[in-house]
Design a protein around this ligand. Sequence first.
Ligand code: GDP
Ligand code: ZN
Length: 298
Amino acid sequence: MTAQSGLVIANFGQTLLVEAGDGTSRPCVARKSIGQAVCGDRVLWQAGRGGAHGAVIAIETRHSLLARTDARGKSRPLCANIDQLIMVTSPVINHSLIDHYLVTAELLGLGMVLVVNKMDLADETRTMKLRDEMAGYRAMGYELRLVSARTQRGLPELDALLKDRTSVFVGESGVGKSSLLQALLPDHEIRVGALSEASGKGRHTTTSTLLFHLPHGGDIIDSPGVREFRLWNIRAAELAQGFREFRSFLDDCRFRDCVHDGEPDCAVNHACEQGKISRQRLESYRAILHGLPAEKYD
Ligand code: GDP
Ligand code: ZN
């Protein structure tokens, strides 16, 4: 049987739902030898005979991968070929959380959009303070959108950033990720039901990951695991690379293995004293550094 190319639009445990070039999709299982295929993977697959599941026979090279380390230290892929993270927050922002997500995006080579949701709850004073707090991120080149899933404010501007890219929404629980997905994907609930049915599992289980096509182009991949995704497996030596504005100073520290935590003649510290790096970002950096497990320092 001839192999066709397709896109994995859902994974439910071992079962994958593969979308063919004609837009139809069917359940498949992956050949053991090819490793784990996940949502967002471009694959080669063959149809099954009769009503049987199809077979995924190859996974195309991925340009990015979100993976989680399980309790046994094994890396488990969550989804593939993501272009950007959309970090959702409420109008009361937590710099250290934003910085952690920025490091995640930078070290994985992904774009990052900062979305402040629930702007309907922010009065003028809060909005002005927020713009002030976010000015540094904008100056570093990160996109910022102030939106409200409730009033739909800012949603077309957010939609424009999602067009023709594959995105995942990340951020703390309760900030409005589900509400935003529902606002951006008019048939969201119907799609979740249809995909779950196609998987034979009957409903959207917590372990499944789904890919949605946006009406104006672009895809969103979503699952509970993807929403909470953060990079924990960072080495001390590479952490500073995740702080975009530190990079041009990193070669000028006296010690080649400087971790910018109070060493003498540290160029990052010097840049901070000169106002070229914000104190808040250096503090975030150090907080993440101190939170890394000891073996990451070698
Ligand atoms: P998630 O956990 O990030 O998926 O957050 P949800 O989408 O479940 O939203 C959490 C709560 O915030 C729900 O009660 C929503 O109705 C509410 N919410 C979401 N977006 C908005 C918004 O733009 N404005 C207001 N006022 N409430 C919102
Ligand atoms: Zn240094």
